[in-house]
Design a protein around this ligand. Structure first.
Ligand code: TYM
Length: 332
């Protein structure tokens, strides 16, 4: 039998997740889980590179697990775990730090953005963020990393670091490939469709959060910026707003972009925005309900995380032990 490929991805348990995270990440995972050996982490170590309220971080970690499950990720098929439960992440990160240059980290787009936004707290963790992410991916001998386009540079640097290690010592890490979805790899802000929809946008009306209730979702879509002109056509260059709404509609309905266009042929922008809003609200409601139900099942969630940590540690320690041997760490 052909060996199954390994897939790895993670989300930070910070703020409110947006439909960008849902479309760009979790929804794809549920489709991919049948074809790969999957590891899905809750990246709490990445999260603390920006100051968090401890009690909230703890709660958001559980919320995230409940969300993974509510979206249909199956704990029988996939390993779901909390990053800090597997110490190998921090350990490999340290080794990889010694193969990473300060200059290349300073040039990372996300580091520059976050340094500007958190000028009072440009900590070493913020700068080291991509190396920890490389450690995440490389520990599992990952073949594919499904992410949104904003993570492209991070996956590239993980590949570079892996190659560097393999060249300096001997082949140890598999070189991972990023996997971007054709539709939904970048969901944009509803009020400024030139920017990605973000958990931390200045104006929360441009982002649709997974926790938003039906009225809020519909109100945000009603106010979404469209473009001059009348046609509902996918043309990201000239019609960024309309194209973004078509991508969202297509991702939530499973229809292709041309099917989505056909659904709205001859209709006005007002009607279009309302229909997209209603579609999103309809699809979010059952996820929210299931997430709330699961959050009441503390023992069950605990069990999923315990088993996840065990399975992840086993895989991660296999790689870490190879790494330690190759770099010359004396082993007992
Ligand atoms: P994070 O938590 O910012 O986002 C999680 C995932 O959601 C995707 N995403 C989007 N996709 C489309 N449109 C958007 N507007 C949008 N916003 C977010 C992100 O691309 C990502 O796939 N560093 C990572 C977490 C991480 C990770 C990893 C990912 C830690 N270790 C290892 C992959 C592999 C992050 O901050 O994602």
């Amino acid at each position: 039998m052909e060996e199954r490929k390994t897939l790895y991805s993670a989300i930070q348990p910070t703020n409110n997740l947006t439909i960008g995270n849902l479309i760009g990440a979790i929804k794809n995972w549920t489709n991919l889980q049948n074809g790969y050996d999957c590891f899905f982490a809750i990246a709490n170590m990445h999260a603390i590179t920006v100051r968090q309220v401890p009690a909230e971080l703890r709660q958001k970690t559980l919320n995230m697990l409940a969300l993974y499950l509510a979206c249909g990720i199956d704990p029988e098929k996939c390993v779901m775990y909390v990053q800090s439960h597997v110490p190998a992440h921090a350990e490999l990160c340290w080794v990889l730090n010694t193969l990473t240059y300060v200059g290349e980290m300073e040039r990372m787009t996300q580091f520059k953005d976050k340094s500007a936004r958190h000028a009072e707290n440009i900590n070493m963790g913020l700068m080291d963020y991509p190396v920890l992410m490389a450690a995440d991916i490389l520990l599992y001998q990952t073949d594919v990393v499904p992410v949104g386009l904003d993570q492209r540079q991070h996956v590239e640097i993980a590949r570079d670091i892996a190659q560097r290690f393999n060249n300096a010592f001997s082949p140890t890490f598999k070189i991972p490939e990023a996997l971007y979805m054709k539709v939904g790899a970048k969901i944009n802000d509803l009020l400024d469709p030139s920017k990605k929809m973000s958990k931390s946008a200045e104006n929360p009306n441009g982002s649709v959060f997974l926790s938003d209730d039906r009225d809020t979702v519909i109100r945000k879509f009603r106010r979404a910026v469209t473009d001059s002109g009348l046609e509902i056509k996918y043309d990201p260059e000239n019609k960024a707003g309309v194209s973004n709404l078509l991508s969202i509609y297509s991702a939530f309905t499973g229809k292709t972009i041309s099917e989505a266009e056909a659904d709205f042929a001859g209709r006005g922008y007002g009607e279009f925005k309302l229909a997209v809003g209603e579609t999103v609200a309809d699809r979010l409601a059952p996820i929210q309900k299931e997430q709330a139900r699961l959050l009441a099942e503390k023992d069950y969630l605990d069990g999923v995380l315990r088993s996840g940590a065990e399975r992840a540690s086993k895989a991660a320690n296999r790689t870490l032990s190879k790494v330690y041997k190759k770099i010359g760490f004396f082993q007992l």
